[in-house]
Design a protein around this ligand. Structure first.
Ligand code: ATP
Ligand code: MG
Length: 285
């Protein structure tokens, strides 16, 4: 039987969210003690637990069919893999930072400077495009200490809050890229695997849609239903049910999370009362 092999990070910032995403798609991972691989109980997929750095290579070689990892690693490894979907978690910046007392007036600051990073390929590529000569010093981790110990003049690293930089006497001066977790796939998936991937993507989409929308119920006088419906179009159009009280109806619809407060103000003004907003678990349009 055909199975789709999915590589996820064994342990680290992406592991829990990657597993959760698969679980939200209804995939039961029977044995998640993270040996090397485990099969799902109710969907034709197998999970491989790997270091995130290795995922692009495994997917490129077809050892895994798809993988979940930070875009930053995809760029750095530069393998022949397809980015299928942005996943909306593990957002971070890839930034240049310099000692905090240095004056900074633009990218030319870095001319002939030595920059320490775990992302040499991304960094070199960036400065090559700008025609600025720099020396890239590759180190495996703890990049933020490189200037303090005299290894480099500046660093290029992942920044989220900036507190690590501050603790090491550094300041962020340029954000070069923004990254988030993505789904990648081998570029030549056979048709059986492609079909499983499509099923999986369909499920991911319905989970995402559900997270972005809320179910809304409200009461309104019949005279206001038309106008309220125009503000709350929902998936097709709202459901309207009569209340026992003469002249009143209950209206049910779907509302986008990010438009929520704006819409609530509008419908209250139009006469809506007893508004309930509830989460949606899955949503198929
Ligand atoms: P591994 O042992 O698997 O190689 P790692 O130490 O390289 O793990 P993590 O620190 O777990 O990696 O980070 C994994 C990914 O999470 C990064 O490649 C990046 O995409 C994202 N990430 C890293 N740091 C942050 C952060 N501070 N905020 C948000 N996302 C981050
Ligand atoms: Mg890594």
């Amino acid at each position: 039987m055909t199975t789709l092999k999915i590589a996820i990070q064994k342990s680290g910032r992406l592991s829990e969210k990657s597993l959760q995403l698969l679980k939200d798609c209804g995939i039961k991972i029977a044995n998640s003690d993270r040996k090397l691989k485990t099969a799902a109980a109710n969907f034709p997929v197998e999970i491989l637990f790997l270091r995130d750095d290795d995922i692009p290579q495994y997917v490129d070689q077809g050892v895994a069919d798809i993988g979940i990892l930070g875009e930053n690693e995809v760029w750095e490894k530069d393998k022949q893999v397809k980015v299928i979907k942005q996943l909306g978690f593990a957002q971070c910046k890839l930034s240049l930072a310099i000692p905090k007392d240095e004056q900074y007036e633009g990218l030319h600051y870095f001319e002939n400077k030595k920059i320490a990073t775990s992302y040499p390929k991304i960094l070199q590529g960036f400065f090559d495009k700008k025609n600025i000569a720099v020396t890239v010093e590759e180190i495996g981790g703890s990049v933020e200490i490189a200037t303090g110990i005299g290894l480099a003049d500046a660093i290029f690293d992942i920044v989220s809050t900036g507190s690590t930089l501050l603790m090491n006497g550094l300041k962020e001066v340029e954000v070069l890229f923004r990254s988030e977790a993505v789904l990648i796939a081998n570029s030549n998936l056979e048709s059986g695997k492609q079909a499983i991937l499509e099923q999986l993507l369909f499920r991911m989409q319905s989970v995402k849609q559900a997270a972005e929308n809320k179910y809304i119920l409200l009461n309104a006088p019949n005279s206001a239903i038309q106008q309220i419906s125009a503000v709350l179009p929902g998936m097709k159009s709202p459901t309207v049910l009569p209340l026992v009280e003469e002249g009143w109806s209950s209206l049910h619809s779907v509302i986008k999370e990010d438009q929520f407060w704006e819409v609530i103000d509008q419908i209250k003004q139009l006469g809506a009362q007893g508004i309930l907003v509830v989460p949606i678990e899955k949503m198929i349009i």
